[in-house]
Design a protein around this ligand. Structure first.
Ligand SMILES: CC(C)(COP(=O)(O)OP(=O)(O)OC[C@H]1O[C@@H](n2cnc3c(N)ncnc32)[C@H](O)[C@@H]1OP(=O)(O)O)[C@@H](O)C(=O)NCCC(=O)NCCS
Length: 134
């Protein structure tokens, strides 16, 4: 059974590795440097969550203070429907921490992610994006 728990202080590297996995990099438009990640890790107020199946870590969720969610399923656990379970479990979990609304920005070509959010019954909102590469 899938359960969510808060990340421990020493799990920075786990988050970093999942964040820099090739599919995550593609899904988010870029990777992060370890130094930047560490400084973010020690200063963030985001809700940092680890998904567990029995004693195994299977992925991470991050809920920013504004309710924006990022999800990564560990590569070896993809394709088993865990992302939908994680998104469903996130609802009561995030509520406990005072969140009233969750949002996610998903690239249209990230088919797995789009499906995961659809299956978890998140409502698709049409929105415009502007981007500038620097
Ligand atoms: C996106 C991600 C979270 C999905 O996690 P997952 O647990 O592997 O996804 P699921 O097993 O629940 O699969 C989701 C759906 O995509 C489908 N799918 C699987 N592989 C696919 C592929 N290569 N192309 C298209 N759809 C695919 C699955 O069949 C499933 O659909 P179904 O429920 O109708 O069967 C995971 O791939 C991941 O961590 N990617 C890198 C990070 C990322 O992109 N995060 C999202 C940005 S917010």
């Amino acid at each position: 059974m899938l359960k969510l728990r808060l990340a421990h202080g020493d799990e920075s590297e786990y988050f970093y590795n999942l964040r820099n996995d090739p599919d995550s990099v593609k899904g988010s438009g870029g990777g992060v440097e370890f130094f930047d990640h560490q400084s973010w890790w020690h200063n963030t107020s985001d809700l940092l969550i680890v998904a567990m199946v029995d004693k195994d870590r299977v992925g991470t969720l991050r809920v920013a203070t504004n309710g924006v969610v990022s999800i990564v399923v560990a590569p070896e656990h993809r394709g088993k429907g865990l992302s939908t379970k994680m998104l469903k479990a996130l609802v009561p979990f995030a509520k406990q921490f005072g969140h009233k609304k969750l949002q996610a920005y998903v690239k249209v070509d990230n088919a797995r992610s789009v499906k995961a959010f659809e299956r978890a019954k998140w409502k698709k909102e049409p929105e415009w994006f502007f981007e500038k590469k620097l």
